[in-house]
Design a protein around this ligand. Structure first.
Ligand code: FE2
Ligand code: FE2
Length: 271
């Protein structure tokens, strides 16, 4: 279980509301992230089923991974409730579930156990780098509580990555995927991380009725701002390093692979 507690360790009362309460881009971003994180339960269930032969992995998935992902969602929700108490989070989340659940149920696993662990590594690369980006953005807003919160989540995501890495190596001992196959799987998974989740999160936020003190922004403006902030704060070298690690390359190959990964990594979003 995580070594921090979203209720005890984050001082929501110390948030300087003036700095963030009119930042509606931030409201959208945190809401969408909180929806996706809090819904991690479904993924944990599906994964536990897929790896049921591996008691240790199943235990980690249920006792640590899932609980930590859900805590990320709860922490973001607590932050939202503090800054925008008029926002009906629960109501919007119900809308989100209605739109999102059918997609979760058709989640297709990779054809082998090593490949699925590899896919999870890519997802955790996405989340690690996304919360590092959020940390940089919080710093630029001069909002230390959000910076602290995103730092804690970022650390957890990097830790998840190393667990999936360890399991990937374990299964790959028998599957022996070569570098080409591994690289192809990485690119395939990078391409699959599309903006569908974000779109649904955005949609559910907008289809909920509010009292009109909240100003919602259009999808185009949201995306434009997301792109701008990502460009400014995304930790590219960290993203590239994490994406390439499963390839286990020597220096010469590593340099050759960087442009391919750099191109593919542009599509990394969150979750
Ligand atoms: Fe998370
Ligand atoms: Fe994670």
């Amino acid at each position: 279980m995580a070594n921090w507690d979203y209720e005890k360790d984050i001082n929501y009362n110390a948030i300087d509301l003036e700095k963030v309460k009119e930042n509606y881009f931030l409201l959208h971003l945190l809401t969408i992230a909180s929806f996706i994180e809090i819904t991690s339960e479904t993924y944990a269930k599906n994964l536990s089923e897929y790896y049921k032969d591996n008691a240790e992995a199943v235990q980690w998935l249920n006792d640590s991974w899932q609980k930590e992902e859900v805590q990320h969602g709860k922490a973001l929700k607590a932050y939202i409730e503090h800054v925008w108490p008029q926002f009906p989070w629960q109501k919007a989340y119900e809308k989100f579930l209605e739109l999102y659940k059918p997609l979760c149920n058709i989640y297709a696993f990779q054809p082998t156990k090593a490949l699925e662990m590899l896919a999870r590594m890519i997802v955790e690369t996405g989340t690690s780098t996304m919360y590092r980006t959020l940390k940089g953005y919080a710093k630029s807003l001069d909002e230390p509580i959000l910076e602290h919160l995103s730092h804690n989540i970022y650390k957890d995501e990097v830790n998840h990555y190393s667990y999936f890495d360890q399991y990937f190596k374990y299964y790959n001992q028998s599957e022996k995927l070569g570098r080409i196959k591994t690289l192809k799987a990485i690119i395939r998974r990078l391409k699959k991380i599309n903006s569908e989740d974000i779109k649904i999160g955005y949609q559910s936020l907008h289809e909920t009725k509010y009292n009109d003190t909240l100003k919602l922004i259009s999808y185009e403006i949201f995306q434009k701002e997301l792109h701008k902030q990502t460009k400014k704060h995304y930790p590219y070298s960290m993203g590239i390093k994490m994406t390439m690690q499963p390839l286990n390359l020597n220096k010469t190959f590593e340099i050759a692979a960087i442009p391919i990964i750099r191109g593919a990594i542009k599509v990394l979003e969150f979750r």
